[in-house]
Design a protein around this ligand. Structure first.
Ligand code: NDP
Length: 419
């Protein structure tokens, strides 16, 4: 019996909301609040006769702390699930702090304008010290640790798939399969085809920033930086087949390096087809990925936001995407003095997701764990005061709920490894 306030009503939120409605025992009431209220109302209308969960909706500008506080005070939720954009992480955390309400999200904070002088100064100093330059990291949210602890509330960071499920796989491997994990390779494969020459599977701004940034991996206690897409490998993914994958910087490397004792190397690979890479390079070369505003016919526009308006809405890819995703982690390490390698992964079928909740698998694989993380916080199964990444909690109840809510996982004890 809990009340959840959900901020955002895009691709990921749509799935998380469907899943909350399948879990009415925990979520007896939800409020869907977003910038564009008609989207919230449309989803409410679609779902309200299919579930025992009572759904209400609200309009909110989540960039404004005061608006968020007013909404939280009037709705009185047990927790707030942030499935808006990473730009809103800090304002929503501030509002949760002011109202002493638990907070859950799926992506680390990023500023909307990476040319913002004040942000850049702090960020670049930190990057120099830490040794990487991708424009997203956990430092901004980890800085809330003491404040959340003092307020007696939980912030659960990164309850999506990666970060999220991949981090829980790591905690699970450490708990049940290893005394010590030496290396982690996180492999994110989308074998789906939507038929467009170029489209992104989740918010284009966030997605294109992530994949056009420098790559990096963690090795022997420090970051190693690469050019974007510099390291390429091939891997034969179960149920998907042979794919090219590229090493990227990814946020969970930062938290896993902190939370997995003695880990020697952590890498993250994502699959991309040649057409995607060629389009992206071209867009980057002509300046369309820039987040700096430019003057166009007397009006300021941000190139990447204009590009977003031109690209297919990720939420509309559902009906046309066929194929499967395979996302998981390969771990090497030691158990009882013996070398050991395991691969834990989930395979998800785009069309099956569409049949169930009207979305493609990328939104599905993020929305399901967002609901699960929120459920474990609302039910107080996960209850610690402070700011925590998801691998810092007991993985077992989360792993059980993955099986129950549509993301079953496999443990392969003799996998192909990555060179
Ligand atoms: P979408 O762009 O589809 O949806 C974002 C939603 O947030 C929209 O409903 C949008 O409103 C709303 N929103 C944006 N700004 C505001 C604001 N100022 N106030 C209120 N609402 C706002 O994004 P996705 O659903 O694809 O992604 C959601 C989150 O999930 C992102 O943070 C993304 O990084 C994360 N993600 C995490 C993954 C993981 O595995 N961990 C994988 C994929 C995504 P409007 O409809 O008006 O535009």
């Amino acid at each position: 019996m809990g009340r959840l306030l959900i901020i955002g009503c895009g691709g990921v939120a749509g799935v998380a909301i469907h899943k909350c409605c399948q879990n009415s025992k925990t979520f007896s009431e939800i409020c869907i609040a977003s910038r564009t209220k008609v989207k919230c109302d449309a989803l409410k209308e679609k779902l309200e006769n299919t579930t025992e969960t009572k759904i209400t909706t609200a309009q909110v500008d989540a960039d404004k702390v005061e608006e968020l506080i007013a909404l939280i005070q009037s709705y009185q939720p047990d927790a707030v699930l942030n499935v808006a954009l990473p730009y809103q992480d800090l304002t929503i955390m501030d509002a949760c702090l002011a109202c002493k309400v638990d907070y859950i999200d799926t992506a680390n904070y990023e500023p909307e304008d990476t040319d913002d002088k004040q942000w850049r100064e702090i960020y670049e100093k930190r990057c120099k010290e830490a040794g990487f330059t991708a424009y997203f990291d956990y430092s901004w949210q980890w800085a809330y640790q003491e404040k959340f602890k003092e307020a007696g509330i939980t912030a659960l960071l990164g309850s999506g798939f990666d970060p999220g499920v991949t981090s829980v796989f790591t905690a699970y491997a450490l708990k049940h399969y290893f005394d010590e994990i030496e290396t982690i390779d996180i492999l994110d494969c989308n074998g789906g085809d939507h038929g467009y020459p170029f489209a992104t599977n989740f918010n284009p701004e966030i997605n294109l920033r992530e994949v056009s940034a420098n790559g990096s991996y963690w090795e022997n206690g420090h970051w190693v930086e690469t050019e974007p897409m510099e390291i390429k490998r091939e891997y034969n993914f179960p149920q998907v087949g042979e794919k090219d994958m590229y090493l990227l910087h990814h946020e969970e490397i930062e938290s896993l390096a902190k939370n997995v004792p003695g880990v020697k190397r952590i890498r993250f690979f994502m699959t991309f087809g040649q057409s995607y890479l060629t389009h992206m390079k071209c867009l980057e070369n002509v300046g369309m990925l820039s987040t700096s505003p430019i003057l166009f016919e007397g009006k300021e526009i941000v190139p990447i936001q204009f590009l977003k308006a031109l690209l297919p809405d990720p939420a509309s890819l559902g009906p046309r995407t066929v194929g499967k995703t395979n996302i998981g982690c390969i771990f090497t390490g030691k158990k009882d003095g013996k070398e050991k390698t395991i691969y834990i992964y989930n395979v998800c079928d785009h069309q099956e997701c569409y049949k169930e909740v009207g979305s493609q698998a990328i939104s599905y694989t993020t929305g399901v764990p967002a609901m699960i993380g929120a459920a474990l916080v609302v039910d107080k199964v996960w209850d610690k005061d402070g700011v925590f990444n998801i691998e810092e909690f007991d993985p077992d109840p989360f792993m059980d709920m993955l099986n129950q809510y549509g993301l079953p996982w496999v443990v392969d004890e003799n996998p192909q490894t990555v060179e």
